[in-house]
Design a protein around this ligand. Structure first.
Ligand code: ADP
Ligand code: MG
Length: 241
Protein backbone atom coordinates (compact mmCIF):
# COMPACT_ATOMS: atom_id res chain seq x y z
CA UNK A 1 0.00 0.00 0.00
CA UNK A 2 2.76 2.46 0.98
CA UNK A 3 6.37 2.32 -0.20
CA UNK A 4 8.87 4.85 1.08
CA UNK A 5 12.39 4.72 -0.33
CA UNK A 6 15.45 6.66 0.86
CA UNK A 7 13.40 9.61 2.05
CA UNK A 8 15.34 12.73 3.01
CA UNK A 9 13.35 15.67 4.45
CA UNK A 10 14.27 19.18 5.49
CA UNK A 11 12.25 21.74 7.46
CA UNK A 12 13.15 25.22 8.60
CA UNK A 13 16.66 24.84 7.15
CA UNK A 14 17.39 21.62 9.06
CA UNK A 15 17.61 18.10 7.68
CA UNK A 16 15.36 15.98 9.91
CA UNK A 17 14.93 12.72 8.04
CA UNK A 18 18.01 11.42 6.34
CA UNK A 19 17.25 8.04 4.83
CA UNK A 20 13.88 6.50 5.66
CA UNK A 21 12.72 3.39 3.85
CA UNK A 22 9.50 1.66 4.83
CA UNK A 23 7.07 -0.71 3.22
CA UNK A 24 3.51 -1.12 4.48
CA UNK A 25 1.33 -3.79 2.92
CA UNK A 26 -2.43 -4.05 3.11
CA UNK A 27 -3.69 -5.35 6.49
CA UNK A 28 -0.50 -4.49 8.34
CA UNK A 29 -0.15 -2.40 11.47
CA UNK A 30 3.18 -0.60 11.79
CA UNK A 31 4.23 1.21 14.95
CA UNK A 32 6.94 3.88 14.80
CA UNK A 33 8.70 4.85 18.01
CA UNK A 34 11.53 7.23 18.80
CA UNK A 35 12.71 9.91 21.19
CA UNK A 36 11.12 13.38 21.35
CA UNK A 37 12.12 15.62 18.47
CA UNK A 38 13.59 12.79 16.40
CA UNK A 39 11.32 13.31 13.36
CA UNK A 40 8.24 11.12 13.83
CA UNK A 41 5.73 13.91 13.18
CA UNK A 42 7.96 15.12 10.34
CA UNK A 43 7.47 11.72 8.69
CA UNK A 44 3.69 11.79 9.26
CA UNK A 45 3.29 15.37 8.01
CA UNK A 46 5.50 14.72 4.96
CA UNK A 47 3.40 11.70 4.01
CA UNK A 48 0.26 13.86 4.10
CA UNK A 49 1.88 16.61 2.01
CA UNK A 50 2.43 19.39 4.55
CA UNK A 51 4.24 22.11 2.54
CA UNK A 52 6.49 23.03 5.49
CA UNK A 53 8.46 19.85 4.83
CA UNK A 54 10.75 19.79 1.81
CA UNK A 55 11.64 16.45 0.26
CA UNK A 56 15.30 16.51 -0.77
CA UNK A 57 15.53 12.92 -1.96
CA UNK A 58 13.62 9.67 -2.21
CA UNK A 59 10.23 8.45 -3.30
CA UNK A 60 6.83 7.69 -1.77
CA UNK A 61 4.27 5.54 -3.52
CA UNK A 62 0.70 4.94 -2.34
CA UNK A 63 -0.97 2.01 -4.11
CA UNK A 64 1.64 2.37 -6.87
CA UNK A 65 0.92 6.05 -7.46
CA UNK A 66 3.51 8.76 -6.91
CA UNK A 67 2.37 10.46 -3.72
CA UNK A 68 4.84 13.35 -3.90
CA UNK A 69 3.09 14.68 -7.01
CA UNK A 70 -0.30 14.77 -5.26
CA UNK A 71 -1.85 17.67 -3.38
CA UNK A 72 -3.01 17.17 0.21
CA UNK A 73 -6.67 16.82 -0.78
CA UNK A 74 -5.78 14.31 -3.52
CA UNK A 75 -3.95 12.22 -0.93
CA UNK A 76 -7.00 12.36 1.35
CA UNK A 77 -9.37 11.42 -1.46
CA UNK A 78 -7.15 8.44 -2.40
CA UNK A 79 -7.65 7.16 1.15
CA UNK A 80 -4.89 8.61 3.32
CA UNK A 81 -5.72 10.07 6.72
CA UNK A 82 -3.50 11.73 9.30
CA UNK A 83 -4.77 11.99 12.86
CA UNK A 84 -2.59 14.91 13.88
CA UNK A 85 -0.57 15.14 17.08
CA UNK A 86 -2.00 18.65 17.55
CA UNK A 87 -5.33 18.84 15.68
CA UNK A 88 -6.18 22.26 14.24
CA UNK A 89 -9.09 24.41 15.36
CA UNK A 90 -11.23 25.54 12.42
CA UNK A 91 -12.96 28.68 13.59
CA UNK A 92 -16.25 29.31 11.74
CA UNK A 93 -16.58 25.79 10.32
CA UNK A 94 -19.02 23.53 12.17
CA UNK A 95 -18.35 19.80 12.51
CA UNK A 96 -21.54 19.20 10.53
CA UNK A 97 -20.42 21.31 7.54
CA UNK A 98 -16.91 19.91 7.71
CA UNK A 99 -18.07 16.28 7.74
CA UNK A 100 -20.70 16.82 5.03
CA UNK A 101 -18.28 18.55 2.69
CA UNK A 102 -15.49 16.05 3.27
CA UNK A 103 -17.79 13.10 2.55
CA UNK A 104 -19.29 14.77 -0.53
CA UNK A 105 -15.90 15.65 -1.96
CA UNK A 106 -14.90 11.96 -1.80
CA UNK A 107 -18.00 10.36 -3.25
CA UNK A 108 -19.65 10.77 -6.63
CA UNK A 109 -23.11 11.08 -5.12
CA UNK A 110 -23.99 13.54 -2.38
CA UNK A 111 -24.89 11.94 0.95
CA UNK A 112 -28.55 12.45 1.85
CA UNK A 113 -29.38 14.26 5.08
CA UNK A 114 -30.97 11.31 6.87
CA UNK A 115 -28.01 9.08 6.09
CA UNK A 116 -25.60 11.79 7.21
CA UNK A 117 -27.34 12.29 10.55
CA UNK A 118 -27.47 8.52 11.12
CA UNK A 119 -23.74 8.25 10.47
CA UNK A 120 -22.98 11.14 12.83
CA UNK A 121 -25.28 9.81 15.57
CA UNK A 122 -23.67 6.36 15.35
CA UNK A 123 -20.16 7.79 15.50
CA UNK A 124 -21.04 10.09 18.37
CA UNK A 125 -22.39 7.17 20.42
CA UNK A 126 -19.41 4.94 19.68
CA UNK A 127 -16.95 7.56 20.90
CA UNK A 128 -19.07 9.04 23.72
CA UNK A 129 -18.99 12.51 22.14
CA UNK A 130 -21.19 15.20 23.64
CA UNK A 131 -24.60 16.00 22.10
CA UNK A 132 -23.62 19.49 20.95
CA UNK A 133 -20.54 18.13 19.12
CA UNK A 134 -22.07 18.47 15.69
CA UNK A 135 -23.09 22.13 16.04
CA UNK A 136 -19.75 23.28 17.40
CA UNK A 137 -16.89 24.53 15.25
CA UNK A 138 -14.23 21.93 14.48
CA UNK A 139 -12.09 21.50 17.61
CA UNK A 140 -12.72 25.08 18.81
CA UNK A 141 -12.69 25.01 22.61
CA UNK A 142 -12.38 21.21 22.61
CA UNK A 143 -10.21 19.65 25.32
CA UNK A 144 -7.05 17.83 24.19
CA UNK A 145 -8.80 14.47 24.51
CA UNK A 146 -11.92 15.69 22.66
CA UNK A 147 -9.76 16.86 19.75
CA UNK A 148 -8.16 13.44 19.54
CA UNK A 149 -11.57 11.77 19.59
CA UNK A 150 -12.70 14.09 16.80
CA UNK A 151 -9.84 12.75 14.66
CA UNK A 152 -11.15 9.22 15.26
CA UNK A 153 -14.71 10.32 14.50
CA UNK A 154 -13.48 11.60 11.11
CA UNK A 155 -11.81 8.23 10.43
CA UNK A 156 -15.08 6.38 11.07
CA UNK A 157 -17.02 8.72 8.77
CA UNK A 158 -14.49 9.29 5.94
CA UNK A 159 -13.40 5.63 5.80
CA UNK A 160 -9.72 6.01 4.83
CA UNK A 161 -7.42 3.14 3.86
CA UNK A 162 -4.07 4.20 5.25
CA UNK A 163 -4.45 5.68 8.70
CA UNK A 164 -1.55 7.53 10.30
CA UNK A 165 -2.03 8.11 14.03
CA UNK A 166 0.42 10.65 15.45
CA UNK A 167 0.46 10.14 19.22
CA UNK A 168 -3.27 9.54 19.32
CA UNK A 169 -2.97 8.27 22.90
CA UNK A 170 -1.48 11.48 24.28
CA UNK A 171 -4.14 13.52 26.05
CA UNK A 172 -6.59 10.65 26.29
CA UNK A 173 -7.66 9.41 29.72
CA UNK A 174 -7.57 5.64 30.41
CA UNK A 175 -11.23 5.14 29.51
CA UNK A 176 -10.86 7.15 26.31
CA UNK A 177 -7.81 5.09 25.24
CA UNK A 178 -9.96 1.99 25.68
CA UNK A 179 -12.88 3.47 23.70
CA UNK A 180 -10.60 4.69 20.89
CA UNK A 181 -8.57 1.45 20.85
CA UNK A 182 -11.65 -0.76 20.64
CA UNK A 183 -13.29 1.43 18.00
CA UNK A 184 -10.21 1.42 15.78
CA UNK A 185 -9.77 -2.34 16.23
CA UNK A 186 -13.35 -2.88 15.07
CA UNK A 187 -12.75 -0.57 12.08
CA UNK A 188 -9.61 -2.55 11.19
CA UNK A 189 -11.37 -5.90 11.47
CA UNK A 190 -14.37 -4.83 9.39
CA UNK A 191 -12.38 -3.50 6.43
CA UNK A 192 -10.47 -5.41 3.77
CA UNK A 193 -8.34 -2.54 2.54
CA UNK A 194 -6.78 -0.99 5.62
CA UNK A 195 -3.38 -0.38 7.19
CA UNK A 196 -2.12 1.65 10.12
CA UNK A 197 1.03 3.64 10.79
CA UNK A 198 0.96 4.36 14.51
CA UNK A 199 3.36 6.80 16.09
CA UNK A 200 3.47 6.29 19.82
CA UNK A 201 5.67 6.22 22.94
CA UNK A 202 3.57 3.72 24.84
CA UNK A 203 2.05 0.31 24.29
CA UNK A 204 -1.43 1.50 25.47
CA UNK A 205 -3.06 1.79 22.06
CA UNK A 206 -1.00 -1.15 20.73
CA UNK A 207 -2.87 -3.47 23.10
CA UNK A 208 -5.91 -2.96 20.86
CA UNK A 209 -4.18 -2.49 17.51
CA UNK A 210 -1.50 -5.18 17.77
CA UNK A 211 1.37 -4.12 15.52
CA UNK A 212 2.66 -6.55 12.93
CA UNK A 213 5.85 -4.44 12.71
CA UNK A 214 7.59 -2.04 15.11
CA UNK A 215 10.27 0.43 14.00
CA UNK A 216 12.58 2.77 15.86
CA UNK A 217 13.67 6.08 14.32
CA UNK A 218 16.98 7.61 15.29
CA UNK A 219 19.44 9.88 13.48
CA UNK A 220 16.97 10.43 10.65
CA UNK A 221 16.56 6.78 9.76
CA UNK A 222 14.97 3.54 10.91
CA UNK A 223 17.61 1.94 13.08
CA UNK A 224 15.71 -1.10 14.28
CA UNK A 225 12.65 -3.07 13.23
CA UNK A 226 10.96 -5.98 14.93
CA UNK A 227 7.68 -7.30 16.20
CA UNK A 228 5.52 -6.22 19.14
CA UNK A 229 8.17 -7.40 21.63
CA UNK A 230 10.35 -4.46 20.53
CA UNK A 231 7.63 -2.00 21.64
CA UNK A 232 7.28 -3.79 24.97
CA UNK A 233 11.05 -3.73 25.50
CA UNK A 234 11.19 0.03 24.79
CA UNK A 235 8.35 0.75 27.21
CA UNK A 236 10.09 -1.28 29.95
CA UNK A 237 13.73 -0.38 29.38
CA UNK A 238 13.73 2.87 27.37
CA UNK A 239 15.34 3.76 24.05
CA UNK A 240 18.91 3.21 25.28
CA UNK A 241 18.28 -0.51 25.50
P1 ADP B 1 8.87 14.13 16.95
O1 ADP B 1 7.50 14.04 16.38
O2 ADP B 1 9.68 12.87 16.73
O3 ADP B 1 8.87 14.48 18.41
P2 ADP B 1 9.20 16.29 15.04
O4 ADP B 1 9.13 15.57 13.73
O5 ADP B 1 8.01 17.06 15.44
O6 ADP B 1 9.67 15.27 16.19
O7 ADP B 1 10.42 17.30 14.99
C1 ADP B 1 11.72 16.93 14.60
C2 ADP B 1 12.62 18.15 14.65
O8 ADP B 1 12.27 19.04 13.61
C3 ADP B 1 12.51 18.94 15.94
O9 ADP B 1 13.78 19.46 16.24
C4 ADP B 1 11.54 20.04 15.59
O10 ADP B 1 11.73 21.19 16.36
C5 ADP B 1 11.86 20.28 14.12
N1 ADP B 1 10.68 20.70 13.35
C6 ADP B 1 9.65 19.91 13.00
N2 ADP B 1 8.72 20.57 12.30
C7 ADP B 1 9.18 21.84 12.21
C8 ADP B 1 8.67 23.05 11.60
N3 ADP B 1 7.52 23.05 10.93
N4 ADP B 1 9.40 24.17 11.72
C9 ADP B 1 10.58 24.15 12.39
N5 ADP B 1 11.11 23.07 12.98
C10 ADP B 1 10.43 21.92 12.89
MG1 MG C 1 5.64 14.38 17.15
Amino acid sequence: MLTIKNLKVKTDGKEILNNISLNINNKEIHAVMGKNGIGKSTLANTLMGDPRYEILNGSIYFNNEDLIKMTVDERARKGMFLAMQYPNELDGISNLDFIKNAINSRNKEKINTIELYKLIENTKDKLNLKDDYIKRDVNVGFSGGEKKKNEIAQILMFKPKLIILDEIDSGLDVDAVKTVGKTLKEYYENNDEISFLIITHHTNILKYLKPTHVHVIDNGRITQSGDNSLAEKIEKEGYKS
